[in-house]
Design a protein around this ligand. Structure first.
Ligand SMILES: O=C(O)CCC(=O)C(=O)O
Ligand SMILES: [Fe+2]
Length: 357
């Protein structure tokens, strides 16, 4: 976390995990990217000015649809726990009794109530001290912002699209291999305690079945193609010396259960912090849906041709749209370098130590 300092327009909005009105009790702010976000910091909703501002938000609640725009109130009053609840979509409250978030945003008690508008890349785009009429001005401003579903002209997504990484026959061999394997429901990483990552099933968020590529010959053939065709492009475009790869799995998103993967980043828990680039190689093209999109940048999703790869930083928020016809098969390794390999080793050792303790 960055040290507390006043935030200005153009600054990155600091990321945090804090207690929240969600059913699981916390919320990781980095997951809110890809929408216009309103942060309203206040000491207590018992303050009549704050109550009036929150009423204005509720009167305009149609704006906060959760997809294009999300509102977060941040209260430091423990008594607000009983008063303020989430109303989905798009309205949540952080329980900031310990002032973690308020301090992180550089706000002292005299600085609140205060508003921030945060853009889909989680950068500050406006900030105002509260006062008469300010809440309504915030709502009016939100109405004028462009919808996040259209990528503004000239905004590139920093991803690399490489056709012909796997030949058609090799794709077919991998699909045949998948068909012959026991597959498992693919999990999502979570951390109940810092440093202790575990994989859980969450079918509302991710519906995909995976198998590990265990055949030594096939593993070697996948690695050879990535070393020969992907690593040099990563070196050229991102000046990154890819020397390691992991998670040699084959995955299938099936239209029978609208296979998909919600918006996530690939490096936010300790067990995955060393991952630097995600490589998504489609093995077939006879399906509909299944596009990869990058909510921080907006716009339509991407679909590599069969045998083609989409390569992107593990730090970017990305999602896989539901497959609506047929099945999408993909090979999904992660790439990193020697320094990241040392980090992986250190994080594993630290996790093992806390497990024993
Ligand atoms: O299916 C894909 O192309 C991407 C999968 C993904 O994001 C992941 O496994 O972390
Ligand atoms: Fe991912």
């Amino acid at each position: 976390m960055s040290p507390a300092r006043p935030l200005f327009v153009g600054d990155p909005a600091p990321w945090f995990i804090q207690r929240c009105t969600t059913p699981f009790g916390t919320y990781s702010f980095d997951m809110a990217a890809g929408r216009h976000i309103v942060l309203f910091f206040f000491a207590s909703s018992a303050d009549p000015a704050v109550a009036a501002a929150l009423e204005t938000v509720m009167r305009n609640r149609a704006i906060m649809d959760g997809t294009n725009c999300h509102f977060f109130g941040i209260s430091t009053d423990p008594a607000d726990e009983a008063r303020l609840h989430e109303t989905l979509p798009g309205i949540r409250f952080f329980r900031d009794d310990d002032r973690k978030v308020t301090d992180l945003y550089g706000l002292s008690p005299g600085d609140v109530p205060r508003w921030f508008i945060i853009d889909p890349m989680l950068r500050v785009s406006a900030t105002w001290t509260d006062g008469p009429g300010v809440a309504q001005r915030m709502m009016d401003l939100l109405c004028r912002l462009p919808p996040v579903t259209t990528r503004p002209p000239g905004i590139p997504v920093p991803a690399l699209m490489l056709p012909d990484v796997f030949e058609p026959e090799f794709c077919q061999r991998l699909i045949a291999y998948y068909a012959a394997q026991e597959t498992r429901q693919s999990g999502v990483f979570t951390e109940r305690q810092p440093g202790q990552s575990l994989s859980v099933t969450d079918l509302g968020f991710k519906r995909r079945r995976d198998c590990t590529l265990a055949d030594r010959t096939l593993v070697g053939q996948v690695q050879a193609r990535i070393i020969r065709r992907v690593a040099p492009e990563i070196r050229k475009v991102f000046q990154f010396n890819a020397t390691q790869m992991e998670r040699l799995i084959l995955a299938c998103y099936d239209s029978s259960d609208r296979g998909c993967f919600g918006a996530h980043r690939d490096n936010t828990v300790a067990a995955a912090a060393h991952r630097r680039f995600a490589v998504s190689i489609n093995l077939n093209d006879d399906f509909e849906g299944g596009e990869l999109s990058f909510p921080e940048f907006g716009g339509p999703g991407f679909r590599p041709p069969a045998g083609g790869a989409l390569i992107f930083s593990c730090g970017l928020l990305h999602a896989v749209a539901p497959v609506t016809r047929g099945r999408r098969f993909a090979c999904l390794p992660f790439i990193y370098d020697d320094a990241a390999a040392a980090l992986k080793k250190a994080n594993r050792a630290a996790a093992a130590r806390t497990e024993i303790a």
